[in-house]
Write a protein that binds this ligand. Structure first.
Ligand code: PHE
Length: 457
């Protein structure tokens, strides 16, 4: 690969912008309430420890692999995987792995943008004081009426899809980079304000204990596998989002330290989100172990509504969710847009239009699954739940397994060593982990999902 060759899609203006954009991708709906919720369910501090190990053992090595493949291939994940495989004398069919990522992205964004729409709607509702002093019944009723209305959900889903595609259409520098430049720092700032609010007016000690006190009786196979799966989703791995972002990384940036920074930032946000949410829940005597959707859209509006300053801080919480979801959404669809540009010679605008239209249409299925189609289930799951389950529990881990095998076994040592430019010991560690440990761990996740490991509990 010629050192000077860039990507036809553009390039980040530097190391910092790549790191911010990748953090924007990683920090999403998954961090802000799913992580705290899972931690609470699976033994608090113990889960947090297992999660940290999962980020280190699977997350960071795969993130390094994705960025490396992207930067060496310089194209959409489909093209990068194909051209690098051919260069190694392997099958061009490795491009299909990128194709699976593009399909996974379509599926994820279709429901992600429905929930993204809720966050926008709730930011506006909270700001207008809808939940101030509202009763528990009123907040629940408002949520049920909202998700019960196909028109309301479809409108907000449309709005969120448009917001996403608007950014993507503007390209790497003018769109993705600009969004990350403002929204990611704002996100950290808001989160710190919320933690401050929780410390000042919530039951901080109770929240802290709930999240961090290790309850070793709750360590189980299920907790370990939940931590592995969550680490993976939260770091945006397994579908080529980070690979696409890696394709726009300038040659002179070291990959491993950047990946480490993204992983640390993502983890810090997840932990801080727990410290912002649980003290507020406990201060209002609410149940912290409710389902994740209800936690964010029922318990939190209710809790904030009872507190002085709650309208302002409640609104900030939903604005935080909007920023988190938005900067993730643009990365979920980027591989598809890059592919349409490469394969069909479309302009970025046209590619964004088509990708957005596809996502929008598919998302209507999720919209309807909360109301008209709520009775139609498949193995007890609605359309929305099927898509969520299939992508996060099957397609992403499978993609991660194949990416690890590709980076460790398809790419030759010379190629990956050249791209990573690590110390000999650092490189040897990464290579052994990506060849053996990571595939093994991903296989465990897939087996657990398929029910083969049910005995683990
Ligand atoms: N990491 C994002 C979150 O935590 C979701 C995501 C998954 C983004 C896959 C990109 C790719 O919400």
């Amino acid at each position: 690969m010629a050192a000077s060759r860039g990507s036809i899609h553009g390039e980040w203006s530097g190391r910092l912008m790549f790191v911010l954009a990748a953090i924007g991708s990683a920090v999403g709906l998954g961090n802000i309430w799913k992580f705290p919720y899972l931690a609470g369910q699976h033994g608090g501090g113990v889960f947090v420890l297992i999660y940290l190990a999962a980020v280190a053992v699977i997350g960071v090595p795969i993130m390094i692999a994705e960025i490396m493949i992207g930067r060496r291939g310089r194209g959409s994940p489909i093209n990068s995987l194909r051209t690098l495989a051919v260069a190694e004398g392997r099958s061009a069919r490795w491009g299909w792995l990128g194709g699976m990522g593009v399909a996974t992205g379509f599926l994820i964004l279709s429901y992600y943008s429905v929930i993204g729409g809720w966050t926008v709607a709730y930011a506006l509702r909270t700001a207008s004081g809808t939940f101030a002093q509202a009763s528990s019944e009123a907040v629940s009723a408002a949520f049920n009426a909202f998700v019960g209305s196909p028109a309301a959900l479809a409108s907000w889903h449309t709005a969120f899809t448009l917001m996403t595609m608007f950014v993507v259409a503007r390209g790497v520098r003018g769109g993705l980079e600009r969004a990350a430049r403002y929204m990611v720092p704002a996100l950290f700032f808001i989160l710190l304000l919320l933690v401050g609010f929780a410390a000042a007016s919530g039951s901080f000690a109770d929240g802290f204990t709930f999240l961090f006190a290790p309850d070793f009786a709750r360590v189980s196979g299920a907790a370990i596998l939940a931590a592995l799966g969550q680490a993976f989703f939260s770091l945006s791995l397994g579908m080529g989002a980070i690979m696409a972002y890696g394709a726009y990384l300038p040659r002179n940036v070291s990959i491993a330290p950047a990946a480490l920074q993204v992983a640390v930032a993502d983890t810090v946000v997840a932990l801080l989100a727990g410290l912002a949410i649980f003290p507020v829940i406990f201060a209002n005597g609410l149940d912290p172990s409710v389902q994740s959707v209800a936690l964010a859209f029922i318990a939190l509006p209710l809790a904030f509504g009872q507190m002085p300053g709650g309208t302002v801080f409640g609104t900030l919480f939903f604005v935080l969710l909007v920023f988190a979801a938005w900067t993730s959404a643009i990365s979920i669809i980027e591989p598809a847009v890059a592919h349409l540009v490469e394969r069909w010679g479309m302009t970025r605008r046209r590619a964004s239009l088509w990708a957005g239209a596809g996502v929008w249409l598919l998302g209507l299925g999720s919209v309807l699954s909360f109301n008209r189609w709520s009775e139609y289930t498949w193995f007890g799951r609605t359309f929305f739940e099927v898509v969520d389950f299939a992508t996060s529990n099957v397609m992403l881990p499978l993609g991660g397994l194949l990416i690890a095998l590709y980076a460790g076994w398809v790419m030759r040592r010379e190629a990956s060593a050249d791209e990573l430019a690590l110390s000999p010991a650092g490189y040897a560690t990464w290579r052994n982990v990506i060849r053996y440990l990571t595939p093994f761990a991903m296989l465990l996740v897939l087996l657990q999902v398929s029910g083969a490991l049910r005995w683990l509990g």
